[in-house]
Design a protein around this ligand. Structure first.
Ligand SMILES: OC[C@H]1NNC[C@@H](O)[C@@H]1O
Ligand SMILES: [Ca+2]
Length: 446
């Protein structure tokens, strides 16, 4: 492992990541308004086992203990998200000072423990009151997002200097508005291009506002996959192109080139009446970094019945996690090389990487060797990217704690720290202890 620490630059930001709705609980506390995930998770049949985020990891009440645990593990960077409905219960207008106070105290606690915050403004928990006005289908939401962002920049911007506007806008767009498996649970493909555009517009508005207010760094986090054709057949190569547009360039192109990929029009045609003059210039705001969430590559074959005209191919012998995602760390290197050469020298932060596996508690320990191996392979792949010239500035494990895995509820555990949901006890898994050892070696070496 020692050799590995030498392959990362001195100021590399090693961290862990979480998100508000997945860990906080306390959904009716201190003036918090309802989010679309409160409504969705309480809708029968939407979440496995009827799980909700009502309590989750009870992090809202256990924040100090959790920050202390990060510190004990030698973690020096923490990515978390802010719950918009804690700040604006109705989405805009009346501010909720107790909501702001929680994040104010969290920030102070982190800085006391010498942990650098990386704050995500939107990790899917839209105020329900805005959904009732159309949510991301309504262009106004982009401007309410800007006002929310400005409020948070104003409150925390003296201590928080690293910001992410959106987490995975693709998921909000596709899972939330086409597939219906995420909040707000819509199955309306014809609104997808508009939803994505409004999410990206809100990103641009927030970045533009930050440039007038803050001196720190701001970016966006996209969930991206390298796309490999299952064969060299013409139809599989076409599938690769269309699937790449659907999953990757739909968001990379507007953010970095101010254009939408024309390939996308083949699978999601739209009349561009919702694109106003100047929108794409606004979306193409210069960024300080690109956040990349990487879990697995996509190997695809032609399938005109799928929206991207492609189906995923999992080879019979390839290892998969309990999410059914292939374990392939080289995909991370391939992805970063592609981004670097297609979109210029933008600094990269891996804002999520990790694996869900079935965890068993044995004598108060969790010997999660598969997760530990997954992580170590991806650190090696990341070092390869750096050695090939990609400017990677940080890496955040998804996730610090086991937490609410959206439609799969608490059935999937991504944490390097185990959560016993009956007692709320935290148990550091072997993967968490390994990360701690690796970090200690890294900081000793540098
Ligand atoms: O599925 C694992 C993670 N993927 N990215 C977004 C997070 O909220 C998920 O828990
Ligand atoms: Ca193109």
């Amino acid at each position: 492992m020692t050799s590995l620490v030498k392959r990362f630059p001195r100021h590399f930001a090693w961290g862990v990541a979480t998100a508000s709705y997945q860990i906080e609980g306390a959904v009716n506390e201190d003036g918090r308004g309802a989010s679309i995930w409160d409504v969705f998770s309480h809708t029968p049949g939407k979440i496995l086992h009827g799980d909700t985020g009502d309590i989750a990891c009870d992090h809202y009440h256990r924040m100090r203990e959790d920050v202390n645990l990060m510190s004990q593990l030698g973690i020096s960077n923490y990515r978390f998200s802010i719950s918009w409905p804690r700040i604006f219960p109705m989405g805009y207008g009346q501010k909720n000072s107790r909501g702001l106070d929680f994040y104010d105290q969290l920030t102070d606690q982190l800085l006391q423990e010498n942990i650098e915050p990386l704050v995500t403004l939107y990790h899917w928990d839209l105020p329900q009151a805005l959904q009732e006005k159309g949510g991301w289908i309504n262009r106004d939401t982009a401007f309410y997002f800007r006002d929310y962002a400005v409020t948070v920049f104003d409150k925390l911007g003296d201590r928080v200097h690293n910001w992410i506007t959106h987490n995975e806008p693709w998921v909000t767009t596709v899972a939330g508005h086409i597939q219906g498996r995420h909040a707000p649970g819509l199955k309306q493909p014809n609104v997808a291009r508009k939803v994505a555009h409004h999410l990206l517009l809100s990103h641009g508005l927030a970045v533009e506002s930050y440039r007038d207010m803050g001196k720190g760094r701001i970016g966006i986090t996209l969930n991206l996959h390298p796309v490999y054709p299952a064969s060299s057949r013409e139809e599989d190569l076409t599938a690769q192109q269309l699937h790449d547009a659907f999953h990757n360039t739909w968001f990379l192109d507007p953010v970095f080139t101010g254009t939408y990929p024309e390939e996308l029009d083949e699978i999601l045609p739209f009349d561009n009446d919702f694109i106003a003059e100047g929108d794409l210039n606004l979306i193409q705001q210069p960024l300080d970094f690109l956040g990349v969430n990487y879990y697995a590559p996509h190997r695809v074959r032609w399938n005109p019945d799928e929206i991207s005209h492609a189906s995923l191919v999992i080879l019979p012998e390839e290892p998969i996690t309990s999410m059914g995602w292939p374990v392939d760390a080289k995909g991370l290197t391939d992805l970063l090389i592609r981004i670097h050469y297609d979109y210029g020298p933008i600094p990269i932060i891996i804002t999520e990487n990790g694996a869900a596996y079935e965890d068993v508690v044995e004598d108060g320990q969790i010997h999660d060797a598969l997760r530990q191996h997954y992580l170590e392979m991806h650190w090696d792949a990341l070092a390869n990217s750096i050695e090939q010239g990609v400017p990677v500035h940080g890496y955040y494990v998804w996730s610090f704690l086991d937490n609410f895995e959206w439609a799969l509820g608490y059935s999937k555990r991504f944490g390097i720290v185990y959560v016993d949901y009956l007692t709320q006890q935290r148990i550091v898994k072997d993967s968490g202890l390994a990360y701690s050892r690796f970090l200690r070696e890294f900081y000793e070496y540098h």
